[in-house]
Design a protein. Sequence first.
Length: 281
Amino acid sequence: MDAWPIGVFASIDAGLGVAWDVIADLKVPTIQLHAPHPDKRNQAAAETFRAQMDEMGVRCTAVFGGFEGESYADIPTVVQTVGLVPEASRASRLKEMMEISDFAKWLDCDTVALHLGFIPHDPSNEVYSEIVAVTQQLCDHCQANGQYLHLETGQETADGLLEFIQQVGRDNLKINFDPANMILYGTGEPIEALQQVGDHVRSVHCKDGTWSDTPGESWGQEVPLGEGDVGMEKYLRTLHAIGYTGPLTIEREIPQDPERQKAEIGQAIELLTGLRESILA
Ligand code: MG
């Protein structure tokens, strides 16, 4: 595979991603897929999606888990609702992630990813060791399916993420690096963070954002690729420097408006294609 195939974050029926029927129009060779609702996570549905992707000439490079009840309304709500951290839903969501891993296997996809949620910052905290334990269980399930588990960045600092990966101690635990999330959540300067965690990065999002006036307390703003504070050229040059050759997956968290998606993502593809040519030349 050539380095840096372009991709888009896509969805069939759940999560904010490019609508399924827009994928073919965009003519991208790869997608990351938001896991569909539970009723479509069976083997028959997976085989249908796989046949559709073959027809579109698209390869699924990661399946992202997401859950009922998650809300990204503001940072405190994320703390309460997202990922495997909230205790009330932890066991059922772990089971669901394992089902998503099985679904990904039926799609012939070797990577499952998710936002774990806000892991407590202190490793001696009891909840911290509980999150380490569920992540180990999930990694082991993925391992049995021949898969990697990728953690989406944003809710931890680079130091926090490295510490957590070390505590989990599973070779198939990797990072999906999202530079905009570092800005949106106010968890650190993305280029420095990427240099720090680079050895663990196995997939990335190409997303842009602007800093909040009160980083870490209120959201920054997500904006079209190239219009935010990430600095796309510097981002790609840093990916090159750390030896990353995987897909460049464009993520744009706008509601499913096919025309707007096509226009904005078309521009993002153009930007990335141009940068790729000049950097890899
Ligand atoms: Mg992302």
